[in-house]
Design a binder for this molecule. Structure first.
Ligand code: FAD
Length: 337
């Protein structure tokens, strides 16, 4: 493990923001992680996986640890299910590919999400009707205050929509070192998300005979058609969470905007499509300095500068207009550092 000083973070964040870390190191094992944490004299720490859900706003004081702890281990295997433990530094989509190839079901709807396995529990990644929590058994961490190993059960992670205990009470207190997942060995596909069935049909699949590999291919195709590649158009995916509002608020919006896109939740609340709200205000494809709203997906903001200043100004303008027009607060999804 080598400590590097005044190290550029541009290659380590998908917005390509060019700021520097006071000190930086890559760790490939829990022992290396412990050593790095013992050696640092600073109290300030940033853990980085793929950098696909952060907005860096200035040089980062203290230590930045790039988590590359690898390994996929089968802990239990029966005729119906398999339990695996995966190192936090493994690439998320690489893991999905491995599981699909093994015939293990559960992660296929979460295909093509950038980033590391260790960051997945932080915001309970989700896509196409599935969230990480649906197959998560436990999260293993190193607690920063005493460098002791800890384990959080799925319940203890208190997952919500793009939320977990690691964004709330335990924020900044742990480094996630591994994730334990329970997957099915018998077909259990989730195709309730309309777009999967419709696309499968349109692209000539037999919808009743889909395999996990088919679902993965369909989702990758949908995503690559809709979402910009961060290597070509630096972005962090959805910049805002979909706002969840009481039914009464939704009904008021619906009266004024009958075509508003929304999903009813089992708890009686309604999730509004933030992309629709932004698009309705005419932001799609609009630019502010070196930042722009993507021309196919209004929820995605693209950074073309070396800093994130214009991007955050653009985000604030969008938030204000959505509030003024619809009375709804848009919450930024990535971590602002
Ligand atoms: C094109 C694109 C599409 C996307 N689509 C989706 C999507 O469909 N669904 C979705 O949920 N997200 C999506 N995202 C967001 C992002 O990919 C996920 O949130 C992903 O889990 C982030 O992983 P990362 O390793 O890049 O995290 P990073 O950006 O490196 O880190 C994110 C946060 O987690 C913390 N963190 C990272 N690793 C650890 C660790 N080991 N221990 C403790 N803290 C840690 C960081 O400090 C930071 O606060 C998308 C992003 C892009 C660019």
């Amino acid at each position: 493990m080598t400590l590097l000083y005044n190290h550029s973070l541009k290659p380590f964040n998908t917005l390509a923001v060019d700021v520097r870390a006071e000190s930086f190191c890559t760790v490939t094992s829990v022992d290396e992680l412990k050593n790095a944490l013992k050696q640092t004299t600073s109290n300030e720490l940033l853990v980085l996986g793929g950098g696909s859900n952060i907005v860096l706003t200035s040089d980062v004081a203290g230590l930045v640890i790039h988590n590359c702890i690898g390994g996929v281990e089968v802990l239990e295997q029966g005729p119906q299910q398999v339990v695996i433990k995966v190192g936090a530094g493994e690439n998320w989509d690489g893991l999905v590919e491995t599981c699909v190839q093994q015939g293990w079901y559960g992660l296929e709807n979460l295909s093509w999400i950038p980033g590391s396995v260790g960051a997945a529990p932080i915001q309970n990644i989700g896509a196409y009707g599935v969230e990480l929590k649906d197959c998560l058994e436990a999260v293993e961490t190193l607690r920063l205050k005493d460098l002791s190993p800890q384990q959080f059960s799925c319940k203890e992670c208190r997952f919500g929509y793009r939320d977990s205990v690691f964004k709330q009470e335990e924020k900044g207190r742990h480094v996630i070192t591994a994730v334990v997942l329970r997957l099915n060995k018998t077909p259990t596909l989730k195709l309730d998300y309309g777009e999967i069935r419709n696309s499968a049909d349109e692209w000539g699949y037999d919808v009743d005979q889909l395999t996990a590999a088919d679902v993965r291919h369909i989702i990758i195709r949908i995503r690559t058609e809709k979402l910009p590649d961060p290597a070509l158009a630096p972005n962090v995916g959805s910049f805002f969470k979909n706002p969840v509002v009481p039914v009464a608020v939704f009904q008021t919006i619906k009266m004024a905007e009958p075509s508003v896109v929304a999903y009813e939740l089992p708890n009686g609340q309604v999730k509004l499509a933030a992309g629709w709200l932004i698009d309705r205000l005419g932001w799609k494809g609009k630019r502010l300095g070196q930042a722009r709203v993507h021309d196919r997906q209004a929820l995605v903001l693209v950074n073309e500068g070396q800093s994130s200043a214009d991007l955050l100004t653009l985000a604030a303008k969008i938030q204000q207009q959505v509030l003024d027009r619809f009375g709804v607060e848009l919450e930024i999804e990535p971590s602002i550092i």
